[in-house]
Ligand binder design. Sequence first.
Ligand SMILES: [Zn+2]
Ligand SMILES: [Zn+2]
Ligand SMILES: [Zn+2]
Length: 132
Amino acid sequence: MRLETIGFRSTAPRRAVLQAIERAPGPFTVEDLLGELPGVGRATVFRTIKLLQELDLLCRVPLEDGSVRYQLSEGTHHHHLVCRACGRFTEFADLELDTRIQEQAAQHGFHLQGHSLELYGLCPECGTAGVA
Ligand SMILES: [Zn+2]
Ligand SMILES: [Zn+2]
Ligand SMILES: [Zn+2]
């Protein structure tokens, strides 16, 4: 990843966090990540996650039970379809939807600084498996 070019100061602990994120087989929690990185301080892990999120390189996906999962992002703004059964995220982008969101904020005199959107349900595989 060309992280330095977008303002990510690369240090050894940060690289370790990144590598652990890249190794993750699927969506993960902060606790998962900490478990993978016994030699890296909690604060560094949290700071790196926050930084990657700010750079749009990491998705933060809140689940309905209040827990949060993270997943590497393509680096562009998008939304999520979250499967309740298998926990997989599917990403989608919709410029029209984003325009509508901005219009809504403007109509309310709201200074919009960001948004995230999660749709919860069943992915095609879980939907046809009859999981309710
Ligand atoms: Zn995402
Ligand atoms: Zn599913
Ligand atoms: Zn959006």
